[in-house]
Design a protein around this ligand. Structure first.
Ligand code: 2HA
Ligand code: ZN
Length: 273
């Protein structure tokens, strides 16, 4: 089978286009990766070129040795993913040590995988180990309202989690563990990847101050739905904040407890006063 005829590639492309439509990706902002299951990569083997040289990842991810990932390219635009997926995306193979990668499909007009490759792979490693292999998608985007929130709230997991939970009833249901927050750092390297992966041990969402978010999910719908929910809640928070410094009422701690009981999920109690 051709890569572009596979369901995983079509789902990858649809997420990319959905993110573009929702204005989460200005210019070349954001990146997306998917850890491809063995049986899915076997189906597209005929379309892969396994002859290229391996290159350093820039970090070590031994738990991902031998895995294949579909991933967006550095400098490529999300607005182009649907139109020219083979130019904007690629499939990479990680070597047997988890230290090098090579491109085996895509980037037909040249280029390399996203500058955030170390963060993507370190997040995949953490999530693969924590979920018994179920988590497969890591998604990074630049939604305006969650970025705006990083200029008005203290950069703590608790401040962000509480305000996001309080701004929309669905939020504690969708991300009951909460969200992690990372202060401003230089992006594109190993250091920010280490900090993000540390947050991903506890949460499925990491907020990068003045930059954007990273979300993890078992599949494309879950990862994208998470980013969408966080951003919608951030939009409500910023709207409320813009018209009043004081909320007249909100969702209370007791309300959260009732909600968790009704829906049968475990809320992260670290964020209760
Ligand atoms: O340009 O979003 O964080 C891609 C990015 C870097
Ligand atoms: Zn970014």
């Amino acid at each position: 089978m051709k890569v572009l005829d596979s369901k995983f590639a079509q789902d990858f492309i649809r997420l990319g286009d959905d993110g573009w439509q929702l204005r989460f990706h200005e210019r070349n902002g954001g990146n997306l990766s998917y850890r491809i299951p063995d049986d899915r990569i076997a189906e597209v083997k005929e379309d892969l070129d396994l002859t290229r040289e391996f290159q350093p990842i820039g970090t070590s991810v031994p738990a991902l040795a031998g895995e294949f990932f579909m991933i967006t390219g550095s400098g490529k635009y999300f607005s182009d993913i649907k139109r020219i997926p083979e130019e904007t995306c690629c499939i990479i193979e990680v070597d047997e040590k988890g230290e090098n990668y090579r491109v085996v499909w895509g980037l037909t007009a040249g280029g390399r995988p996203t500058s955030e490759l170390p963060t993507h792979l370190m997040n995949h490693e953490v999530k693969k180990l924590a979920s018994d292999g179920k988590m497969r998608v890591i998604y990074h985007c630049h939604p305006a309202n969650i970025i705006a929130m990083t200029f008005v709230l203290p950069l703590t997991d608790k401040a962000f989690t509480r305000e996001l939970w309080e701004s929309m009833t669905e939020c504690p249901v969708v991300f009951p563990a909460g969200v992690g927050v990372i202060p401003w750092m230089v992006c594109g390297g190993r250091e920010i990847g280490v900090e993000t992966a540390e947050k991903m041990k506890k949460y499925d969402v990491a907020v990068w101050a003045h930059h954007g978010i990273f979300c993890a999910g078992e599949d494309f719908d879950i990862a994208f739905g998470l980013a969408h929910t966080v951003e919608k809640s951030a939009e409500i928070y910023m709207k409320v904040r813009a018209v009043t410094p004081v909320k007249q009422q909100t969702i209370t701690k007791e309300n959260f407890i009732d909600l968790a009981e009704a829906f049968g999920f475990e809320l992260n109690k670290d964020f209760f006063d």
